[in-house]
Design a protein around this ligand. Structure first.
Ligand code: ATP
Length: 272
């Protein structure tokens, strides 16, 4: 389904991504981990054609996507939707319009400028918001929502494109543990229920272990691990992150701390 062959990206004289190759043959949930600067974002941006590759090929269902230009490139970009750490919504625009903007590549500028959307598109946007549990937020300005809700709006906008692949660049890095879990659960649901491949750059090991079918570890632009979550032992992780014996997995954790779970249970009891 996806074949990455000897892909390299050089900035200046330094490779950010250095001759990486791998194949994904089903709509799996794939996590990419590695410390800051390992090349994770650069790889996703090449897949989405936001950044050009210096060398190599990326084939999706046999079709080379690195050479696409113009309308073909835009069409590809809507088939592999991107989700960012900072959500990238239009803050003052209402939630429903933000979701409808997922169709931007397919609509005329004029219609978009005047916010003219066919009723079928509006209904679909509302259905998607409903599926993600945030339909009641549709009329609100995006900026009025919590981070977790905003990220779900960004996922809804991505779904509006009906993508084959969802690329998520540190989708939970700005969220508290509770919201991080909701967003990851949402991505996993979409992966399993719709059969859409998800490739997510993740900054915490426990998230990669919990949600991914497969984990790719990058270090200095290269793939240094490619395996199942079970194979991702502390020793392997230490290798990926280039850390010494003092490497502490808990420091990369986004698990909900026992304290805050207890606090939430206490608050729920008091409100009951
Ligand atoms: N546009 C650019 N111009 C020059 N160098 C860049 C550019 N984008 C990325 N780099 C460099 O490429 C390397 C890989 O960066 P990249 O953002 O892909 O890493 P990353 O693993 O995603 O890290 P982070 O989690 O911090 O984003 C870094 O050394 C970075 O400084």
């Amino acid at each position: 389904m996806l074949e990455v062959r000897n892909v390299t990206r050089i900035f200046g004289n330094r490779p950010a991504v250095d001759n990486i190759s791998f194949t994904i043959d089903r709509p799996a949930f794939v996590g990419i981990i590695g410390r800051s600067g390992a090349g994770k974002s650069t790889f996703l941006r090449m897949m989405n054609r936001l950044t050009d590759a210096s060398a190599g090929r990326i084939l999706v269902e046999g079709r080379e996507i690195l050479g696409l230009t113009g309308a073909a490139r835009r069409a590809w970009q809507s088939q592999c939707a991107m989700i960012f750490q900072q959500f990238n919504l239009v803050p003052r625009m209402d939630v429903a319009s933000n979701v409808l903007h997922g169709l931007l590549n397919r609509r005329s500028t004029l219609a978009t400028m005047f916010n003219l959307w066919p009723q079928t598109d509006i209904l679909r946007a509302l259905q998607i918001l409903d599926r993600l549990g945030i339909a009641e937020q549709a009329p609100k300005r995006a900026e009025a929502l919590s981070g977790g809700q905003q990220q779900r709006v960004a996922i809804a906008r991505a779904l509006m494109q009906d993508p084959k692949i969802i690329l998520a660049d540190e989708p939970i890095a700005s969220l508290d543990p509770m919201n991080a879990q909701i967003v990851m659960d949402t991505l996993r649901r979409i992966n399993l229920e719709d059969g859409r491949m998800v490739i997510a750059n993740l900054h915490t090991l426990d998230t990669a272990r919990r949600y991914c079918d497969r984990v790719i570890g990058m270090r200095d632009g290269r793939i240094v691990f490619d395996g199942t979550p079970e194979q991702l032992s502390t020793g392997v992780a230490r290798d990926i992150y280039g850390a010494d014996e003092s490497f502490n997995e808990a420091a990369t954790s986004t698990a909900i701390p026992a304290d805050s779970a207890a606090d939430a249970a206490y608050a729920a009891r008091m409100l009951a």
